[in-house]
Design a protein around this ligand. Structure first.
Ligand code: DX5
Ligand code: ZN
Length: 222
């Protein structure tokens, strides 16, 4: 499968969201990544349902909603109603993960589970067959623009191996510090969906930055 690119609107200009959504609509991006932060699970607050619904109103691409919140079960239906096509919850806050995943699917959404940098891939061994997507955090969740954690390559190889055995159609998404320098190596390690915030929105030409991630050129390692 050709890899997918999901620009994260966390790095967009919130005073010009419609303009930035339209830029994504007219780009080669596949999904729009929507980062929800509650100030409890992560030390930052982003935005919630009204902003997600407003994004949906203009979006021509599926919303890939990443919930960095405690007790996500309480809000799954709200995010579905706000326009989510896929909902990803964090492993670290779901004591009844199997139930949560089934509920996301009952809502008609793609079900994803995110792993923080310290959470081993093996934690998903008994649920991988029920998942549509695994999101590997390559930074600690909470902020855009952080430095990529190198151990992510090992985790991607681990999840790729698990998915080849138990769920070959799994989306393997990597989130945090993705750019034109590391995307080839990340593809090689097994990722097939790429979230990119700062590398897209701090580029002088965000549309071209997205095109560069869709069709990456070999990048000489310095
Ligand atoms: C981090 C978020 C990411 C973030 C990525 O907590 O989950 O989606 O927007 O931003 P960059 O690409 O700037 O690391
Ligand atoms: Zn995210």
């Amino acid at each position: 499968m050709k890899h997918l690119v999901a620009p994260s609107i966390l790095a967009a200009d919130f005073a010009n969201l419609q303009r930035d959504i339209e830029m994504i609509n007219n780009s080669q991006a596949d999904w729009i990544h929507v980062d929800i932060m509650d100030g409890v699970f992560v030390p930052n607050i982003s935005f919630g349902f009204p902003v997600t619904s407003a994004v949906k109103k203009h979006a021509l691409k599926p919303l890939d909603v990443h919930l960095m919140i405690v007790e996500p079960d309480r809000y799954l239906k709200n995010f579905k109603d706000a326009g989510a096509s896929g909902i990803t919850v964090h492993y670290e806050v779901c004591p009844n993960l199997h139930r949560t995943v089934q509920y996301i699917k009952e809502l008609g959404c793609r079900a994803g589970v995110a792993l923080n940098p310290h959470t081993p891939v093996a934690a998903l061994d008994d649920i991988i067959g029920d998942l549509d997507m695994v999101l590997i955090m390559s930074v600690n969740p909470g902020f855009g623009g952080q430095r990529f954690i190198e151990n992510t390559y090992k985790k991607l190889r681990d999840i790729k191996e698990l998915s080849s055995r138990k769920n070959p159609n799994l989306f393997i998404e990597v989130d945090g510090g993705v750019d034109a320098h590391n995307i080839n190596a990340l593809i090689e390690a097994g990722a097939n969906v790429f979230v990119a915030g700062s590398s897209v929105f701090s580029s002088p030409d965000p549309t071209a930055a997205i095109a560069g991630l869709k069709d990456p050129k070999p990048f000489p390692r310095s």
